[in-house]
Ligand binder design. Structure first.
Ligand code: ATP
Ligand code: MG
Length: 344
């Protein structure tokens, strides 16, 4: 885990809420979300399907259709609120200063063009260089992301690459303009386990070599365990727990985070039984009252279905949205979750 808080602030999300107006009603996809990303850091955003991880980052990329989407709050990129930019200005930032890679690298590569050409075109989109120079840059980028024999491979088509190699190509594509922020949305979900580890290692290496900040989105806490400096746990569009990765992995506070830790495939060998969280996330058309996790929470008590819990700040600086008294959490962590994980 890297040292926290060392680099300059790149991205500051403040009280972000996103609502979709749909035929069935208003979907409250993201509510009151705040976080900060600094240069050199990796922020892991973790939560089950539908928790608002992608939507909040699509807002940062300016990729939500504003005609039926209401966005409130601020997303400051190097001090500028990207939510206030005109499309034209946003287009200049997107792909250049803030780049994103997705789960399915096939979806973002054109099947009919050589990989090198697609990279070269991406270079030419924002830079006034010759075609030869753009091609050479494409080859360099393929080398940088660990494609063996890059000069020859640049002439291949996407289908000639394996899944892991295609994801490397997508990372190269994201790095074309040396972005300040790299957002990786479930970059390893479609890959098998050994390849997953290589891609995560690559993302960590490019973060250092390209000196950017990384947002790593995943449903699996295990994925961010090795590389994240900070972790944000989301549920039903809300922040549940947020803080330095070290604090989360050695002293998680929220029962939802405990559930994610207990269902982490990477600790399977150490835990006797892998325990999935029972039940499923709520509808965002009709979210439950109080803490959105309370219907599934083993530790719920009187206040949980009443007022929504605020984010409580702990002495170590990390935030959590749970009413359980700190002593009770400490006790539960020490006796159960932390003990099972071997980190108390
Ligand atoms: N365009 C849209 N219109 C209406 N609802 C939407 C739209 N896009 C997303 N949603 C809803 O917003 C919620 C959050 O979705 P989001 O894609 O951010 O979840 P996620 O955490 O990325 O999940 P996953 O792990 O499955 O990718 C979901 O309930 C989703 O159905
Ligand atoms: Mg998603």
């Amino acid at each position: 885990m890297s040292e926290a808080g060392s680099g300059a602030t790149l991205l500051e999300v403040r009280d972000l809420s996103v609502r979709f107006r749909t035929r069935d009603g208003v979907v409250q996809a993201v509510s009151n979300l705040s976080y900060t990303l600094r240069r050199g850091e990796t922020l892991g955003i973790v939560g089950e399907s539908g928790s608002g991880k992608s939507v909040s980052n699509l807002a940062t990329m300016g990729l939500l259709n504003r005609s039926y989407t209401d966005i409130t709050g601020e997303i400051l990129f190097e001090g500028t609120d990207v939510l206030k930019l005109r499309q034209e200005q946003m287009r200049r930032i997107r792909g250049k200063d803030i780049a994103m890679i997705f789960q399915d690298p096939f979806a973002s590569l054109h099947p009919m063009y050589r990989v090198g050409k697609q990279l070269a075109e991406a270079v030419l989109a924002h830079e006034d260089v010759s075609r030869d120079a753009a091609w050479n840059r494409a080859v360099e980028l393929l080398e940088a992301v660990g494609i063996p024999n890059a000069r020859a491979r640049a002439r291949d088509y996407p289908h000639q690459f394996s899944g892991g190699m295609r994801q490397r190509v997508m990372i190269a594509m994201a790095l074309v303009h040396n972005p300040d922020v790299l957002i990786a949305d479930e970059p390893t979900t479609a890959l098998d386990v050994t390849v997953q580890a290589q891609i995560l290692e690559l993302i960590d290496r490019v973060k250092r070599e390209f000196d950017c900040g990384v947002i790593l989105i995943t449903h699996d806490l295990g994925v961010v365990a090795e590389t994240a400096s900070h972790v944000l746990v989301m549920y039903a569009g809300r922040p549940m727990e947020y803080g330095p990765a070290q604090e989360i992995f050695t002293g998680a506070q929220h029962p939802y985070t405990w559930g994610l830790l207990e269902s982490m495939p990477t600790v399977e060998k150490r835990l006797e039984i892998l325990v999935p969280i029972e039940g499923s996330p709520p509808s965002l058309l009709h979210p439950p009252s109080g803490c959105p996790f309370h219907p599934r929470c083993k530790y719920r008590f009187e206040p949980c279905d009443g007022e929504r819990p605020p984010l409580f700040r702990l002495p170590d600086g990390h935030l959590d949205a749970c009413y359980l008294p700190p002593e009770r959490k400490r006790e539960l962590w020490t006796k159960r979750i932390g003990a099972e994980l071997g980190v108390t």
